[in-house]
Design a protein around this ligand. Structure first.
Ligand SMILES: [Zn+2]
Length: 152
């Protein structure tokens, strides 16, 4: 039972406080729960939301460096680049798409492979990067994977 009738047509009340501007690049909004997360804490938590445990996209390099010991990761075949064997065409040509993604990501292909150490043990590692053409497999993915099996 309502004691007071619901007010009608109040409209939007004026804000008493000015909206604080949040500098870009310091915060990320979780796409799953909407929590605003401090980027440094998010990176320290390997891009997993501390509230709902949603896993966000992580670059291949971030993943590789996160699992390797402090002396890092040594990339192999960094100069390899995919070629347009199938002459595939879509909205844009495959070579143009490759060129755009190389510029956008700084990567030469969707896979990054090489050597690192985990707990002092030398290991061969490869990681796919979704940011490069959705992590799609091109000729370089096979070549870099083959290289890992034949080296060392
Ligand atoms: Zn979340």
């Amino acid at each position: 039972m309502a004691v007071f009738p619901k007010p009608q047509n109040l409209g939007k009340l004026p804000s008493r406080t000015k909206k604080k501007e949040i500098p870009e690049g310091l915060w990320t909004k979780c796409p799953s729960c909407g929590e605003v997360l401090f980027n440094k804490e998010l990176e320290d938590n390997l891009m997993v939301c501390g509230k709902c445990e949603h896993h966000m996209t992580i670059s291949a390099w971030s993943r590789l460096l996160s699992v390797c010991d402090e002396n890092g990761f040594e990339e192999l075949d960094a100069s390899l680049s995919s070629v347009d064997i199938l002459k595939f065409t879509g909205v844009t040509s495959y070579p143009d798409r490759l060129k755009n993604y190389k510029k956008k990501t700084g990567l030469t292909d969707a896979v990054t492979s090489g050597w690192g150490e985990m707990d002092g043990i030398r290991v061969s590692l490869a990681a796919m990067d979704f940011n490069f053409l959705g992590g799609s497999m091109g000729s370089v993915v096979g070549r870099r994977s083959r290289g890992q099996l034949s080296v060392g």
